[in-house]
Design a protein around this ligand. Sequence first.
Ligand code: HEC
Length: 329
Amino acid sequence: MAKGAGKVTAKYRVNRFWSIILALVVIYAIVKWLIPAVSRWMTDLPFPLTVPGELIKIYMILAVVAMFLLVTFSQRNFDEFMYPVRKFLRAEYGWIPRAVVLTLISLLIGYIAYDAALPTKETPISLRIQHPSSNFPKKFEDLKNPMTDPPEAEVQAFIEQARENDVALIEQVAIDVERWLEENPDGHMLSFLPTAPVKKFLAELEGGEVSMAVAKAALVEKNLFEGRALYAMNCRACHGDSVSGDGPMADGFKLRPINFTDNGTIETIVEGYTFWRVMNGGPGLPVEATPWDSAMPEWKLSLTEEERWKIIAAEYDLAEKTPRIPEGH
Ligand code: HEC
């Protein structure tokens, strides 16, 4: 009877050691793989949001501290944890495993010390190129923003929609405009945007005689409105309300999100370049843009081309800047 009971505890003692190792492995796996997988499922993005290495380190240190507290909580816990370790050190599992493990540990410590002491040769710090163009496709250079200079057919379609009082809006703002319409059922739907160009357009529409230039100005106004809404939803967290790179998340990045009101940023580049930068984000930049990697997301993955052009129009407008004009070839 006593012998049997002893056996059960012995088995349990072995488990205490391995359950702690297993718990640490499981915690690591959750932080490293499960959280990114869940983030991907929650955000619907085609890539996972990885947990930064520093954060994994902090989680693991906390987990080790928690396990340490658990093990040292009582003498019994400690003995249970140490049972297989002592047994191993007394070579009760055989002297070959003991020799192998102890040699490996010595070698590992030796390697870590060697690696830390080894002089490293790092490439000298070079200046970061803010607007690298080595992989910028030439065909983007002459692109014009179709949202600030809409083609005639679009303006014509816009006039038709306005006549029907049924102007197409992106879904992110359509919900708010619908709510506004419920409170203001008599007016034209475009009067939710009471700016001078829109008012002028609505007055002409009422009179029956609409000029293309006035309609175009009102359409640009509508595009900017949508662009601002998209900017607030997608870019504000980093680039800020005032587009000066001071959003609530900005301080978290070593390479700060760009200040669009700064003369050296979006004003010095052609629109096609801005479009390409927004499309490909940090991952699309060539090596000259390092050493600090840009955290700018790859917007082609989550915004349509039209949405990107609208945001860019709003970005220049909010910063009160105009893009550089492409040079004639
Ligand atoms: C996670 C933070 C973050 C978000 C969100 C973000 N950006 Fe950025 N953005 C950055 C960082 C960091 C840079 C890099 C600064 C640099 O290249 O010097 C940058 C650079 C840029 C540039 C390059 C400007 C230049 O002069 O080269 C443009 C344009 C830009 N962002 C537009 C946008 C737009 C549009 C959105 C929303 C659709 C957006 N960003 C959302 C972080 C962000």
